[in-house]
Design a protein around this ligand. Structure first.
Ligand SMILES: [Fe+2]
Length: 430
């Protein structure tokens, strides 16, 4: 978080937070409260936020999840907005924050951001809850869910802006990659759980809230285990891709680039969630069938004979055959099988044409060709961006899907290459 845009953004967020807090205290104050309530909910928030972990996403940005939104939602409903803002800002400190592992500017940004989101969420709750003077429980839950969704959405948006400014990507692209159906479902489920915690606290007792927290502990272990399995899967796929790069040493880094570029282009083509993840994996493994190709063909510097060409053309079908037995990789296998099809039907292995070719294969076909041109090959000099772009445009409709080419042309690819390079160097220094 060091560039000028990021510094200005951080200053704006901090200023807005102070202004919003002053405004909330003047509108809702003087605030009456019991210290025991505040200490109880700060403790509950710290416990819930302490259990954060990485989801190993096939993306260049890492995501952290926690079950803290449930406690946050309870706070939105229990306290007046200025107090909710302050409590949430403190209660959302994670174990990393408390042990000094988070850098100071990020720590302060998070405090401001959580206060801002907490204040906004609590105002939304007060407003929606006030629309029904009957005080029925079902309406209380509706108001809690609306507040939780507003809180979660504003939170994701403010973080997306910060990540976009520090990484050079567009806010929309970061926002899309951080939001999925799963995130929205988690806002609603954790929001509903938070409403239950709040009702239990006011109508039963704090001890009952502690007992209700036990399923959260169980869900944490469930989520953590699934994150570990995903992480293991990521590493296995990555090492398979690396072993291929190692064999084809002249194109080191090729598979990683294809995966990132395909995912970037896939998002512009409207792919989302699980399909986008499959596309990333297919990018890593698109040439996995080459593992079975003899060195005399794979590493031959000159042009291939008809017989060698026949062997080389087998790699998409061989790769798909390798992946098909695994249910989780079926979609990936389909993309891998057809990544050398041509839009006009003259490709291989099946001679599919147009929309009969999986969209993921049509996307990989374009980024694979771009990568080969832009980075060059032992037998061909690298093209400039303009040359590569013109060549791809020239083959639109014959080799490539015109719709995918149009989407490709909306992205400035040398910028993406730079971003990936910077990301790689950043990872290397971590
Ligand atoms: Fe290939």
């Amino acid at each position: 978080m060091t560039n000028r845009r990021t510094v200005v953004y951080l200053a704006i967020v901090h200023t807005c937070t102070i202004a919003v807090l002053l405004l909330l205290f003047s509108v809702y104050g003087p605030v009456s409260f019991a210290w025991s309530d505040i200490l109880f909910w700060i403790g509950a928030g710290l416990a819930a936020h302490a259990v954060q972990f990485d989801i190993a996403h096939f993306e260049t940005q890492r995501m952290r999840v926690s079950v803290g939104l449930a406690v946050t939602t309870a706070n939105l409903t229990l306290f007046s907005p200025p107090l909710a803002a302050l409590i949430i800002s403190v209660a959302s400190l994670s174990a990393r924050d408390l042990t000094g592992k988070t850098d100071l500017s990020k720590l302060l940004f998070n405090r401001s951001m959580f206060a801002l989101c907490g204040g906004a969420g609590a105002v939304v709750f007060q407003y929606v809850n006030g629309l029904n003077p009957g005080q029925e429980v079902w309406w209380f839950i509706v108001a809690s869910l609306v507040a939780a969704v507003c809180y979660g959405t504003l939170n994701t948006l403010l973080v997306a802006i910060a990540v976009a400014f520090s990484s050079g990507r567009s806010v929309y692209a970061v926002w899309r990659s951080a939001s999925s159906t799963l995130t929205h479902v988690s806002y609603l489920t954790l929001g509903a759980y938070g409403a239950t915690l709040s009702l239990t606290y006011t109508r039963v007792s704090p001890l009952a809230v502690v007992l209700l927290g036990l399923p959260l502990v169980a869900s944490y272990y469930g989520l953590r285990n699934s994150a570990l399995v995903r992480q293991f899967y990521t590493q296995v796929v990555q090492s398979l891709a690396d072993s291929l790069d190692l064999r084809e040493h002249e194109t080191a880094g090729h598979t990683q680039r294809i995966a990132v570029f395909a995912q970037r282009l896939g998002a512009v083509c409207g792919m989302r969630g699980g399909s986008l993840e499959s596309l990333y994996v297919a990018g890593l493994l698109h040439d996995v069938g080459k593992l079975g190709m003899p060195d005399r063909v794979l590493l031959k510097p000159g042009s291939l004979t008809a017989e060698e060409w026949e062997v080389a053309r087998r790699h998409p079908a061989d790769g798909a055959q390798l992946l098909e037995p695994y249910e989780h990789l079926r979609e990936v296998a389909g993309i891998v099988r057809h990544h050398h099809e041509r839009f006009d039907g003259s490709g291989y292995p099946d001679g599919l044409a147009g929309d009969a070719i999986p969209l993921g294969s049509r996307i990989i076909s374009v980024v694979d060709a771009f990568d080969a041109m832009y980075f060059g090959r032992p037998y061909r000099r690298p093209y400039s961006w303009e040359e590569a772009r013109d060549e791809i445009e020239r083959n639109s409709g014959s080799q490539f899907d015109p719709a995918v080419v149009s989407a490709f042309l909306t992205i400035h690819w040398p910028g993406e290459v730079e971003l990936l390079r910077a990301q790689g160097e950043h990872d290397a220094h971590e």
